[in-house]
Design a protein around this ligand. Structure first.
Ligand code: FE2
Ligand code: FE2
Length: 289
């Protein structure tokens, strides 16, 4: 019954999942490009290190199971998902190269290598249902981070214009395809215990990984011994309505047996932010509205 109800919820009709090649070039990026804060910036830098291989892993997981879907409309969504994630990998490769050019070569290369090794091990030891469950769980995390960002124009304004469109574009597309891996998982398995256990383990890995590389970037800047700077950054992330703490109510939704990503219909955000991404409107006009 529960599965039947979940199956009735699908990606809204006003949402199109289609890949778009952006070809971002990054120049004159300040070292503290997010909220003018080194801790927030380096957390997002650390996340970016996971994206090229992480998104390729999502593509592999979805591709391995797509035969379970007969509906042409769903197959089109899956193709859109694969195309979008492939583009995210490429654009974040460029972003990570920019980090190397900024002087963080050891950190960026080391972080990408570790992500590659961890993902390789997971793919070696887990079956395709488990890999799809991990993908659905990590897609929930990217979707709630995207929602946090897109719901707060003041926050987007605090991302330096030299990199703003990359993060904006990625957040829009994560929202568009947020249910694709989840819906496929429901078709292929739907097992609740596997979904939740892989979600919690993936969260632990992601927190451990981003914590480690945020620290490595801070150390490179010599900021690891500046307790006040670190405390300020941690407050922005984990304090009242912080960047991460503000996502907790959405995070725990995934633990509900009847959860579906589109129970929170935030498709209105896609349309609004696409206007800004395409230059039809400025961020200032949006903030004034
Ligand atoms: Fe992505
Ligand atoms: Fe995604």
């Amino acid at each position: 019954m529960l599965k039947f109800l979940q199956r009735k919820i699908r990606t809204p009709k006003n949402v199109t999942i289609a890949a778009q090649k952006m070809g971002f070039e990054f120049s004159d990026v300040p070292r503290q490009w997010a909220m003018n804060d080194p801790v927030v910036t380096h957390l997002m830098n650390a996340l970016s290190l996971t994206f090229p291989d992480g998104e390729r892993m999502f593509v592999d997981a979805v591709r391995a199971c797509r035969d379970a879907v007969a509906d042409p409309a769903r197959q089109k969504e899956i193709s859109g998902f694969i195309g979008q994630e492939a583009m995210h990998s490429l654009e974040h490769d460029s972003f990570n190269e920019m980090l190397c050019a900024q002087g963080y070569e050891a950190e960026a290369r080391g972080g990408q290598k570790l992500a590659q090794v961890l993902i390789g091990r997971a793919q070696e030891h887990m079956n395709k249902k488990q890999m799809l469950a991990i993908t659905a769980g990590l897609e929930h995390i990217t979707a709630i981070l995207a929602h946090r960002l897109l719901s707060d124009p003041a926050l987007i304004a605090k991302i330096d214009p030299s990199v703003r469109n990359l993060w904006l574009w990625h957040a829009i597309e994560e929202t568009e395809h947020k249910a694709v891996a989840y819906d496929l998982y429901q078709d292929v398995s739907g097992d609740y215990r596997l979904r939740v256990s892989t979600f919690l383990s993936a969260t632990t890995f992601l927190l451990g990984y981003t914590g480690r590389y945020t620290w490595a970037f801070l150390k490179k800047d010599g900021l690891n011994r500046k307790p006040l700077t670190i405390a300020k950054g941690l407050w922005r992330l984990f304090g009242y309505d912080g960047l991460i703490s503000g996502t907790i109510p959405d995070y725990i939704q995934y633990l509900r047996p009847g959860f579906h990503p589109w129970q929170q219909d935030d498709s209105y955000l896609i349309e609004e932010w696409r206007e800004i991404l395409s230059g039809q409107k400025t961020l200032e006009q949006k903030r004034a509205a």
